[in-house]
Design a protein. Structure first.
Length: 244
């Protein structure tokens, strides 16, 4: 057995999800992740998906595939905001999640005795400098991983890195890198809320727009419990402007 690797480009956000599911169902490796009492059988692929054209508009409009199981997208996107972070930080420790993406990005504190870093503010400044100087940089990135605590954690962040690449004039590539990803219940909502956050915090303040999203997952998988429901997911009709 070997790990599977797949990549494709798609102009329709819903069909990107459906095609990824069909690919994993057809060609994904059957593996077991987790450990101890949490062994989880999965169908798995290493996958890169390039989203362009109308897919960007669908993401920004919070559109979901008719068969996508998670529907509370507005509630989830609120977790990627500064007001929610302040509410979250006021909660007792036992009421908090194992991690919060927005906390890792806006208040990055890898060690207990270290000061916090607002990586989103740094990304906004870095993009502003690229626009001003009419250059592109491969240094404008934010990370979520805490060394050494996350490697010992039972629930470390799935999202690892965000990179914003400036493409003159006034457009950007957004690159998302994941160590692990639940394709069936998390893929669309993850992208929608991250892109809303990046537009609000980094991209729109610099009067830029997204021209492409590169979504890369080391492990994009379907849990065995979701396989039968995943088999029901169909492609949706596309408009002429979405055709290659």
């Amino acid at each position: 057995m070997k790990l599977c690797v797949h990549h494709f480009e798609e102009r329709n956000f819903h069909n990107a999800w459906a095609k990824a599911i069909h690919t994993v169902l057809r060609e994904g490796a059957e593996l077991v992740i987790g450990g101890g009492n949490e062994r989880k059988p999965i169908r798995d692929s290493c996958m890169l998906i390039s989203l362009i054209g109308n897919a960007i508009k669908q993401i920004e409009a919070h559109e979901l595939h008719p068969h996508y199981p998670f529907r509370r997208i507005e509630d989830y996107c609120r977790e990627f905001t500064r007001p929610f972070l302040e509410e979250y930080r006021a909660k007792p420790e036992k009421e908090r999640f194992s991690y919060l993406y927005f906390a890792r990005l806006a208040r990055y504190v890898p060690l207990a005795d270290a000061g916090s870093t607002d990586q989103l503010a740094l990304l906004q400044d870095a993009l502003a400098e690229q626009v001003k100087e009419h250059i592109t940089s491969n240094r404008a990135q934010a990370i979520t991983w805490y060394v050494p605590s996350d490697i010992q954690s039972s629930s470390p962040p799935c999202l690892q890195r965000i990179q914003i690449r400036y493409v003159p004039e006034r457009t950007v590539d957004v690159h998302l890198t994941w160590r692990s990803r639940d394709l069936f219940t998390a893929w669309q909502s993850n992208i929608i809320c991250l892109i809303e956050m990046l537009n609000r915090e980094v991209i729109k303040p610099n009067k830029c727009s997204i021209v492409r999203i590169i979504d890369y997952s080391d492990s994009l998988h379907l849990y065995s419990r979701d396989l039968e429901d995943a088999k029901k997911v169909k492609l949706v009709p596309v408009s002429p402007q979405e055709l290659p």
